[in-house]
Write a protein that binds this ligand. Structure first.
Ligand SMILES: Cc1cc2nc3c(=O)[nH]c(=O)nc-3n(C[C@H](O)[C@H](O)[C@H](O)COP(=O)(O)O)c2cc1C
Ligand SMILES: Cc1ncc(COP(=O)(O)O)c(CN)c1O
Length: 277
């Protein structure tokens, strides 16, 4: 199936007509890129990226400021057509997530979560979307982390799904609340053992003395739970659910005249509006 099929929720992709410019100018390599893909087992040799980037001279091809200014892409893969949009933004979100999966976008469930601290300072970081239903978008984290302190002070979040390969972005805002302990426990139990141990071992967002102290904490945790299959959910770890109140879909178009459609929740329905790019 065409990932941008007309039937799949208000988006279109058509063949490019003759005479149009190609959508993407080939870009020369920009130097060392970190490897994507599987995480090496805990405690294994550092990836070559670490050796190259942190232990040797800078790569010869660092982009100059002038090169950065020239970096741009011409978008034109699809369109958002109001008359074809589903009434529920989660229907369109599911279609777009399925498209990103089908195109093998790396970490298609990665999203940036922005929060506001008690001091009013914003923070943003990437997390993984681990659950989605009509109640909202769920991610898991340490309840002692900086983001959790922010959400305690201001229980609202903004999410961004940066699907660059698809020339798409989705933004979500709404109130954030902790999920139930049962839900967190069920998710925690599904994680690989090494990640469950990592959750116990890491005082997320705290300053630590050095790498060795982290490695020691992990080894001590592994020892403490040795032979125990059901490493329990720490009481300082769990999920947050962001209830979507506003959901904006962005599809890149030519001339920077992109399509933006914003859904706003009303008492019983959603209002859709087109925004200028
Ligand atoms: C691709 C990616 C996925 C991540 N997923 C999570 C996640 O699901 N939960 C989490 O707590 N941290 C995750 N992190 C780490 C966070 O970005 C961040 O470093 C950490 O949560 C501490 O953030 P804080 O100090 O603002 O609370 C992820 C990082 C990346 C790059
Ligand atoms: C610290 C941390 N916690 C939680 C997660 C959530 O993902 P998973 O449960 O798959 O480890 C991640 C993902 N990178 C993470 O880095």
């Amino acid at each position: 199936m065409d990932a941008h099929d007309d039937e799949t929720g208000g988006t279109r992709r058509g063949p490019r007509t003759a005479g149009e410019e190609p959508p993407v100018r080939p870009e020369p390599p920009l130097g060392v890129e970190p490897p994507l893909g599987a995480e090496p087992p805990f405690g294994s040799e550092p990836a070559s990226f670490e050796r190259e980037v942190h232990r040797s001279a800078p790569p010869a091809q660092l982009p100059s400021a002038a090169r950065l200014a020239e970096l741009r892409r011409r978008y034109g893969r699809g369109e958002l057509v109001e008359s074809e949009l589903p009434g529920d933004p989660l229907v369109l979100f599911h279609t777009w997530l399925a498209d990103a999966l089908a195109e093998k976008v790396p970490e298609p469930n990665a999203m940036v979560v922005a929060t506001v601290g008690a001091d009013g300072v914003p923070s943003a970081r990437t997390v993984l979307l681990k659950g989605l239903d009509e109640r909202g978008f769920v991610f898991y984290t340490n309840y002692g982390s900086a983001k959790a302190a922010d959400l305690d002070a201001h229980p609202k979040a903004a999410l961004v799904f940066p699907w660059h390969a698809m020339e798409r972005q989705v933004r979500v805002t709404g109130p954030a609340a902790r999920v139930s302990r049962e839900e967190s426990a069920a998710y925690f139990a599904s994680r690989p053992l090494e990640s469950r141990l990592g959750a116990w071992a890491s005082p997320q967002s705290q300053v630590v003395a050095d790498r060795e102290s982290l490695d020691r904490a992990y080894a001590e945790t592994a020892e403490r739970f040795a032979g125990i299959e059901d490493v329990p959910l720490p009481d300082f770890w769990g999920g947050y659910r962001v209830r979507p109140e506003v959901v904006e879909f962005w599809q890149g178009r030519q001339g920077r005249m992109h399509d933006r459609v914003r859904y706003r929740r009303t008492d019983e329905d959603w209002i859709t509006e087109r925004l200028a790019p």
